[in-house]
Design a protein around this ligand. Structure first.
Ligand SMILES: C[S@@+](CC[C@H](N)C(=O)[O-])C[C@H]1O[C@@H](n2cnc3c(N)ncnc32)[C@H](O)[C@@H]1O
Length: 288
């Protein structure tokens, strides 16, 4: 789901990487905005904004904003002056600024947001929580920057076993490339258990107010393009032989047949969870 560095490994999104190394070249960020935002990321942004009831008069924060699709969607509702986007990646922010220069895009780590306490009515985070090395710390930061009545809303891919296209694809790839392939290709789906996620929100001092599951589509010009994205843009691409890679390509054409049109384009169904929360309930002590 992410653009490779000229078809090579992007380690920027893997959770084991230290924050400082989360940098990608500008052309990868431009490809993300031109190809992956319309084909995949844009569809979720209105869902996330609706979940947090983003509306006129609110201040909105987009955490791990990437090239800014959530911030731009929120800006249509609240105006650009009321939106801030934060991401670790300078290249993503350069593209965000090129596309929408009237929004405040800032570099920062989700685990240490460069923003004051209680500043935002809606703190949003789309398709990124699974990449944070310390998710609870990031959720605590989101809670800290939300106003007392504010909402923190996070959207993540559902688990692999709920994904009708990616599930069989990863099973097939693991048959050819082994267990390591499963764990690498599973990275995207590691926040997909709603109970676990709700528990993590609780640990971060957040009180879950709503959860939901939404169905979307990951579009690719061909099955080979999906394989190139999913295999070549993860460390897996460098760890398998050309022969194994070929077997995965052929296997993908087979398992993804139900989602492939006559012209070869792929529309892979995709399930995502959204979870909304408020800052933990205030416990008031009775005066004696
Ligand atoms: C898959 S992209 C999603 C971007 C955007 N939310 C969207 O929906 O298009 C994941 C983003 O998370 C950012 N990211 C990863 N770890 C981060 C961290 N610790 N702090 C801030 N941003 C981070 C990456 O730089 C990348 O832009």
């Amino acid at each position: 789901m992410l653009p490779g560095r000229a078809g090579r490994t992007i380690t920027v999104m893997t959770p084991s990487e230290p924050s400082e190394s989360f940098q990608i070249p500008l052309e990868a960020a431009e490809a993300y905005e031109a190809v992956f935002v319309p084909a995949f990321f844009a569809q979720w942004a209105p869902i996330l904004c609706d979940t947090a009831a983003v509306g006129v008069g609110q201040e909105v924060l987009d955490v791990a904003c990437g090239t800014g699709i959530v911030g731009r969607t929120a800006a249509e509702r609240v105006g650009p002056a009321n939106v801030v986007g934060v991401d670790l990646n300078q290249a993503m922010l350069t593209v965000a600024r090129r596309v929408r220069s009237d929004i405040d895009w800032r570099q920062g780590d989700a685990a240490a947001l460069p923003l004051a306490d209680r500043s935002f009515d809606a703190v949003l985070c789309q398709m990124a929580l699974m990449f944070f090395p310390d998710r609870i710390r990031a959720l605590r930061e989101m809670a800290r920057t939300a106003t007392a009545t504010g909402t923190v809303a996070v959207l993540v891919p559902a688990s692999l076993n709920a994904q009708p296209a990616y599930g069989p694809f990863v099973d097939m790839a693991a048959q050819h490339a082994g267990r390591e392939a499963r764990s690498l290709l599973n990275t995207y789906f590691t926040c997909g258990d709603l109970d676990d996620l709700s528990d993590q929100f609780g640990q971060a001092g957040l009180h879950v107010t709503a959860t939901g599951t939404h169905h979307g589509t990951a579009r690719f010009p061909s099955v080979d393009a999906l394989v190139a994205t999913e295999v070549e843009s993860t460390p897996l691409g460098e760890r398998i032989s050309a022969e194994v890679h070929d077997r995965i390509k052929h296997g993908a054409r087979e398992v993804l047949t139900p989602f492939t049109a006559a012209d070869g384009t792929l529309a892979a169904p995709f399930e995502a969870h959204v979870i909304a929360a408020s800052r933990g309930r205030l416990v008031r002590r009775r005066r004696r």
